[in-house]
Design a protein around this ligand. Structure first.
Ligand code: GAR
Length: 204
């Protein structure tokens, strides 16, 4: 059984989707929910599921390496096989990433490699995209880079605001991330596709 640590900074809805899926025949179990934000709403959700939680507040540290060494200490105690970043909003150093490389996944709210970084919904609208989406990928030293493990797409509708896109995308994130983790936990890197057919359809 693979041990999974989940890193969050906010509401933790993706964390909860992962946790809800890690039952029964699932090849992994959650062992820790860790946050940098003492006010993260996801902490209470994790505790309600009976999962150990920890907070390492980045504001308590003089610099990124000091923050990350405290993160590493907590993580090492939990001895995860896999780390899932789920709305974890701190940039990680190459050193931290190298320590966990090959074991760390992230979900990003865009169709990567489009729109790395922040404000992805606004940027998709600004570019006049007809579709928007989210990506689960392995974490490497390149921000929002790394091999893609799966993607979900939604249509962009006339008049959509960034909040509309975020609200319609989140339920797709909750389908994509657990499906990608299930495969990754057994070493299957077949890409997960949600919201678009993987089979070619004949022309009408
Ligand atoms: C999700 O939309 C996730 O894709 C995004 O933050 C949200 C977290 O929501 N992640 C990033 O922007 C990472 N750069 P949640 O806390 O409810 O899962």
């Amino acid at each position: 059984m693979k041990r999974v640590a989940i890193l969050i900074s906010g509401g933790g809805s993706n964390m909860e989707a992962l946790v809800n899926d890690m039952q029964g025949d699932h090849p992994a179990r959650p062992v820790l929910v860790l946050t940098n934000n003492p006010d993260a709403g996801g902490l209470a959700k994790a505790a309600a599921h009976g999962i150990p939680t920890a907070c390492v507040n980045h504001r308590d540290f003089p610099d990124r390496p000091a923050f990350e060494s405290a993160l590493n200490e907590v993580l090492q105690q939990a001895a995860p096989d896999i780390i899932c970043l789920a709305g974890f909003m701190r940039i990680l150093t190459p050193e931290f990433i190298a320590r966990w490389q090959g074991k760390m996944l992230n979900i990003h709210p865009s169709i990567l490699p489009l729109f790395r970084g922040l404000r992805t919904h606004q940027r998709a609208l600004d570019e006049g995209m007809a579709v928007h989406g989210c990506t689960v990928h392995e974490v490497t030293g390149e921000l929002d880079g790394g091999p893609i493990l799966g993607q979900a797409v939604i249509p962009v509708r006339d008049g959509d605001t960034p909040d509309d896109l975020a609200a319609r995308l989140l339920p797709m994130e909750h389908r994509l991330y657990p499906a990608a983790l299930r495969r990754f936990a057994v070493g299957d890197r077949t890409k997960v596709v949600v919201g678009a057919s993987t089979h070619p359809t004949p022309h009408p």
